[in-house]
Every structure is written in structure tokens, then in C-alpha cells.
Design a protein around this ligand. Structure first.
Ligand SMILES: [Zn+2]
Ligand SMILES: [Zn+2]
Ligand SMILES: [Zn+2]
Length: 280
């Protein structure tokens, strides 16, 4: 398991607030659970208000204890509209899991997308967090769209233990690298490099974690950075912050300072810093 899940108590943008649950939220959550959500949580049937109070109690404890999960209540206009939960996966190392939900009357307004964006930024501050996954039912097109829009990519399927009972459930596995850095914006610009074109992040060879730049790595990690040896230039180690797609070192060096996936321009001046990242 990774570091304690000490995420910010409260996150917000101009439309939503993410904060902690209160036991008083149980009734609203209970009333908002439709068959779609019940199926999503692998429950055999509708939960009782008492069971939901129990779950909320565990979320409150999780916040206080730094794990095993960190849950947010999603509130819009003062009403509880949904929620999301972050926890470490047992494997691979450094992988978090994100789940998110929205009550029926609040769907279709982009609220969950906003919540996911806020949580991704916060999760990227957790020491050792390499990537975040969302495990989504194949036919849950709304959740798949939320994941894709937030830069998650489909990577096969995964079988999880069901939340209740002894069963298992197989879902699509969505994966998104997490980029660490100082003063990051939504496209991986950092305090050190923040022009329009500075939208590249590099997965460092030493720790396998994406940083906005080597100065960010040096500021936030506890070890010296290591360059990528030529023999490993086929590894995916460069990320376009504009479209959140990864490319190999080789493809990056050959891309002519333009993202092969989305066409975003990259800073040609990075060339003078290649020796900090790639074997000469
Ligand atoms: Zn490192
Ligand atoms: Zn930086
Ligand atoms: Zn791109």
C-alpha cells in the first residue's frame, strides 16, 4: 500500500464543492440510489438507510485515519449530488483507484467530470502515486465518457472482488498517469516551465513517476533523477499534457515538437535539456 491518503478536506470549483460526508447525508444517498447505482456497487438489492449510515461512518473514519479510502461528498447548489472515493490498489505499485457516482436527477450536467478533475489534481500530490484507475462496467457509457474525458485510457479488463459477498466482477480497466509537479496547471505546466508550449511531462527512469520537469522531480522526490538509457527508449515515458496520451522516448524525439496524437505544439527549446532525461 502507498502513503496515507491525506487528501485536502475540501475541494471546489465555481460550481461544485467536494467535502466530507456527514451521517445526515445517509437519507439523501439512500433516496438517490437507483437500480443503476445499486448494480454498480454490486449490492444484491437496495441498501437500507442503516447500511448507508454504516458506509458513511467508514468514510468519515477513512478521512480521519488516512485510509483505507478517502471519500468526497459532491455538492452542487447546497444539495448532495453524488460522491467519489479514492483508495490504493493492491497492484500495480503506486496505483490508486477512483470511483464516482451521481444521483439520477443530477446527471447530464458535467458535475462528476468536475469532481474527477479536482480529485485528479489532488491525487497527484500523494507521494508515490503513479497512476489512477477507474474500473467501469462495459455498459456504463456515462461513466466511460467521464473517464475518457478526464484522460483515462482503456487498458483491457480487470476482475475485482465484489464489494459485498464472495463474488467477483469483471469491468473495463481505465488508466490515467498522474503527473507530479510544483504549481501544476491542468496541462502539466509547472512553476519552472509555463509557456503555452510547456505541456510535456516525463516519467522519470529512477522512480517511474511522471513529473512536469526534472526540477519538479528534484523538489518533490528524495533521490537523484536518472536518465533513460538508449536501450529503453521504446518505453512510454513522455506524456502530452494537452491530450494526456503517452508516447515512447523514441517517438517523442522524432515527433518534430508536435504531439502525434493531438497536434499540440511542444517547446522546441526542450532539446537543450534532453541530457537531463535521455542518455546522450
Ligand atoms: Zn525519480
Ligand atoms: Zn517543474
Ligand atoms: Zn497531445
Amino acid at each position: 500500500m502507498g502513503a496515507p491518503l491525506n487528501l485536502p478536506e475540501r475541494l471546489s470549483d465555481d460550481l461544485i464543492i467536494l467535502d466530507g460526508h456527514a451521517l445526515a447525508d445517509a437519507e439523501t444517498h439512500w433516496a438517490g440510489e437507483d437500480t443503476e447505482m445499486i448494480r454498480r456497487f454490486e449490492a444484491p438489492g437496495p441498501a437500507t438507510v442503516a447500511q448507508i449510515r454504516g458506509a458513511i461512518g467508514r468514510w468519515i473514519e477513512g478521512r480521519a485515519n488516512g485510509g483505507p479510502m478517502f471519500a468526497y461528498a459532491l455538492r452542487a447548489g447546497g444539495a448532495l449530488a453524488g460522491g467519489c472515493e479514492v483508495r490504493w490498489l493492491e497492484a500495480p505499485e503506486g496505483a490508486l483507484n477512483l470511483s464516482y457516482w451521481c444521483y439520477p436527477q443530477f446527471r447530464g450536467r458535467g458535475l462528476v467530470g468536475r469532481a474527477v478533475a479536482l480529485v485528479l489534481n489532488a491525487a497527484a500530490t500523494l507521494p508515490g502515486a503513479r497512476q489512477i484507475e477507474a474500473h467501469v462496467d462495459h455498459d456504463n457509457l456515462a461513466s466511460r465518457r467521464v473517464a475518457e474525458h478526464a484522460g483515462f485510457r482503456e487498458r483491457g479488463s480487470v476482475t475485482d472482488k465484489a464489494a459485498l459477498g464472495d463474488g467477483t466482477v469483471t469491468r473495463l480497466r481505465y488508466v490515467r498517469p498522474l503527473v507530479h509537479g510544483v504549481g501544476l496547471d491542468g496541462e502539466t505546466r509547472c512553476t519552472h516551465w509555463h509557456s503555452e508550449l510547456d505541456v510535456i511531462a516525463i516519467r522519470m527512469n529512477c522512480c517511474g513517476i511522471y513529473y512536469a520537469c526534472k526540477d519538479c522531480h528534484d523538489a518533490l522526490s528524495d533521490h537523484p533523477a536518472q536518465v533513460w538509457p538508449r536501450a529503453e527508449w521504446n518505453a512510454d515515458a513522455v506524456l502530452c499534457g494537452a491530450c494526456v496520451r503517452e508516447m515512447s522516448v523514441r517517438d517523442y524525439l522524432a515527433c518534430g515538437n508536435r504531439c502525434p496524437s493531438c497536434g499540440a505544439g511542444f517547446n522546441p527549446g526542450c532539446r537543450t535539456h534532453y541530457h537531463f532525461y535521455f542518455e546522450r
